[in-house]
Design a protein around this ligand. Structure first.
Ligand SMILES: C[S@@+](CC[C@H](N)C(=O)[O-])C[C@H]1O[C@@H](n2cnc3c(N)ncnc32)[C@H](O)[C@@H]1O
Length: 353
């Protein structure tokens, strides 16, 4: 018998009848070692023009095996159980067909925290971490000016995250400011259910009030009360209270942060298929040009910020020119722009006079 390397011993020959799975391998080709499976996954994703194909194959293999990176690279010869291998190759086939890796693994890291993601929410992006940085810097500066320690717990602060999606901005800030109180709004109830689960996952559900709202104006005054310790299920959250944003004690915020939808519909054809075909269009498109929502967002923010309150907005790659003039000097001061790592003006911040 021919002397074959061990990783191929377990790989059975494809049947002649063409029983082929979507990765292009025979359905019976499901038992192999870690290195072989990884290489086959990489090859299939490269062939399908998947961006960052090696990383995607690695994340999907880790997910299918329920292992971490250290284990993966320490056990290249380990034979993968048939069920795990089949699950992995099914994931590779779905990724090759365009589904985002994060929809297949159900998670994405943001600000060092792991967030649940589903097709109902935007996958948190690394550039949005600049919103967190700018918000924390501006709050620290405010403390400094008031003669208080720069590193505050956020005690007494009311903070809003408009278009909260997965809840990543509100939750990241809630972890940094353990005594602050938060409101996360979204027009999508399905997104709010994911945000609520993420708040529970990160042990901050009692400090974040999720509200179904058109920007800052609640839709029918519906409001999801914080539910300390209660794990929400995947059903849309129930409406339980009148929104505090419209109540007589309407909070005036110390900080409003937002990453609104800012892609232009006319840009849709040039978007990656992972984005255009799989992420929610309510999270992507701000209008025909993309920057249409900012005018209302800035007007409403001016009404809901305390004097000296801070507004922090994420910008689209071409939004600055249209958005910065909306911060007129009669209402706003200390306007600043922060570039992302690619040099694109990404965050616009200002203080309410
Ligand atoms: C670009 S995503 C941002 C999600 C999340 N904050 C993040 O940074 O990953 C925009 C979010 O705004 C929500 N949205 C769109 N239009 C809205 C509106 N008029 N009022 C409130 N939320 C809206 C979308 O449903 C989506 O969750």
């Amino acid at each position: 018998m021919e002397n074959r390397p061990p990783h191929l011993e377990r790989v059975r020959a494809p049947p002649s009848g063409g029983d082929v799975n979507p990765i292009g391998t025979a359905r019976t080709l499901v038992s192999c070692d870690v290195r072989t499976a990884f290489k086959m996954g990489i090859a299939r994703l490269r062939e399908a023009d998947v961006p960052s194909f090696t990383l995607a194959a690695e994340l999907l293999l880790l997910h299918a095996l329920g292992r971490n990176r250290t284990w993966l690279y320490a056990h290249p010869e380990e034979i993968i159980a048939e069920g795990d291998a089949q699950r992995y190759f099914d994931l590779i086939a779905r990724r090759a067909a365009g589904e985002p890796t994060q929809h297949l693994t159900g998670k994405q890291e943001f600000w060092g925290l792991e967030f649940e993601v589903t097709p109902d929410v935007l996958i948190p992006r690394p550039e949005t971490e600049h919103v967190i940085e700018v918000a924390l810097d501006r709050l620290a500066l405010r403390e400094l000016r008031a003669g208080r320690p720069q590193k505050s717990t956020g005690e007494g602060l009311q903070i809003a995250d408009i278009g909260t999606g997965s809840g990543c901005i509100a939750i990241a800030l809630a972890k940094e400011l353990p005594a602050a109180n938060f409101y996360g709004t979204d027009i999508s109830r399905a997104a709010l259910a994911v945000a609520q689960r993420n708040a529970v996952r990160h042990a901050v559900p009692d400090r974040i009030h999720f509200i179904e709202a058109n920007l800052i104006s609640p839709v029918g005054a519906q409001y999801i009360a914080p539910q300390p310790g209660k794990v929400a299920n995947s059903a849309p959250p129930s409406v339980v209270h009148q929104s505090p944003i419209t109540s007589h004690q309407s909070p005036l915020f110390d900080l409003i942060a937002s990453n609104p939808p800012y892609i232009g519909r006319r840009e849709a054809p040039s978007l990656a298929r992972e984005v255009r075909d799989h992420e929610p269009h309510t999270a992507l498109f701000g209008g025909e040009e993309g920057y249409e929502l900012y005018a209302d967002l800035i007007t409403q923010s001016a009404q809901h910020l305390k004097a000296g309150g801070i507004l922090v907005l994420e910008l689209g790659h071409n939004s600055l020119e249209a958005v910065q003039p909306l911060l007129d000097a009669s209402a706003w001061t200390n306007v600043g722009v922060t570039n992302d790592l690619a040099g694109i003006p990404r965050v616009l911040a200002a203080e309410r006079l």
